[in-house]
Each structure stands twice: as structure tokens, then as C-alpha cells.
Design a protein around this ligand. Sequence first.
Ligand SMILES: N[C@@H](CCC(=O)N[C@@H](CS)C(=O)NCC(=O)O)C(=O)O
Length: 205
Amino acid sequence: MQMAPNPRRVRIFLAEKGLDVELVEINLMEGENLGEDFLKINPRGTIPTLELDDGTYLDETVAICRYLEELHPQPNLLGTDALSKGQTEACQRHVEFDGLQPLLENFRNTFPAFSERGVPGLPAEYKAIPELAERGQRRYQLFMKNLNDRLADHKFIAGDTFSIADITALCTIDFAKVMEIELAEDLTHARRWYDDVSSRESASS
Ligand SMILES: N[C@@H](CCC(=O)N[C@@H](CS)C(=O)NCC(=O)O)C(=O)O
């Protein structure tokens, strides 16, 4: 399993929908995403990027998921009616902005290979800022506490059904593990939820 969280979010989304899409691996460590060939595909130099049959490219994880959901609404992962769509989007944003981003801020500003690549994609000339790493870590801990509280009375993050918010959170927590940040023992509701979503077949994507 490749752990870069954003491409994995799309792979899990695809697996949940039962969609078979050709996957092309881009080596971020070697800067393949910043090379001429990939920049022709996505000038921002970020993954995931989806290529359609007519040669159109679509980037941004959530945009790709939204496109897929429009074409393949079942099983539904973005909400079914006005309210559940709004709630799912809000939860997804909370996880992304309060959890994944701070965690990645921590990662980008501590991982030695990215000491000159503090921001994903282009331009690739931002030096790491240690204070951002420290702030990211503190924000991530707060996010996990809030997530645990929410899961005390919600089966899944956005409500009764599995959604994109759960996918983002699973990829976040698994990436934290790669960074040797373990799910704290006392976050029992988050643990119950994590064990549940991790046992889904899609989680191995
Ligand atoms: N907001 C973008 C973020 C994409 C992103 O940052 N992807 C990372 C991989 S998880 C990347 O492309 N990194 C490129 C790099 O490290 O230069 C999305 O959700 O697609």
C-alpha cells in the first residue's frame, strides 16, 4: 500500500465504488511529479491526477471524487440529499483542514528529503519551517481529540453511513502512523471507528 494520503483517498474511493481504473505510480521522493513529463499532465505538480478517455485531466482529490460520484452514485459517499451533502462536505473539510493539513505541515517541515520542498508541487523552492512542524503537531493532536468526541455518538464521521470524510480521516491517521504518531490509547471512540473502517476491503488500497 502506497501511503501518500491524497492519492490513497482516491484509490479507496474507487475501491468503495468497485471501479477499476488504471493506476500510474509517480515517484514523489525522486521528484517525478516535478519533471517535464508529469508537468505536462498537471502543471501544479501534484497527485492525484485523473486522466479521462478523451485526454482531459482532472486534479484535486475531492474534485476527482465528485466527478466519480456523479457518474457512479452508488454506493453513495458524498451525501444523498441537500442536508446530508452539506453535512458530509462540512465533515470532509473539517478532517482535511483540521487534521490532514496540520499533519502534513508537520511532515513537510521535518522530513529531511523535503527540507527545500516545504510545499507540495510547484514552486518547489520553499524551505522547511520548524515552527510550522510544531504547530502542525499540536493542531493534529487537537483534531484527534475532537474526532474522538464526535465519534462518541456517531457511527461514522458524517453520520450513519461511511463517507468521504471517513476516507480522509483513515488516510490521515494511517499516514500519521508512518510518521510514528500512533492513535492514542485513550481515544476509545476513535479506536472503535478506526478498527471498523480499517477492516473494510477498500482500506487495503
Ligand atoms: N489539495 C490537493 C493536494 C495534493 C497533494 O498535496 N498531493 C501530494 C501527495 S499526498 C503531492 O502531490 N505532493 C507533491 C510533492 O511532494 O511535491 C489534493 O487534494 O489533491
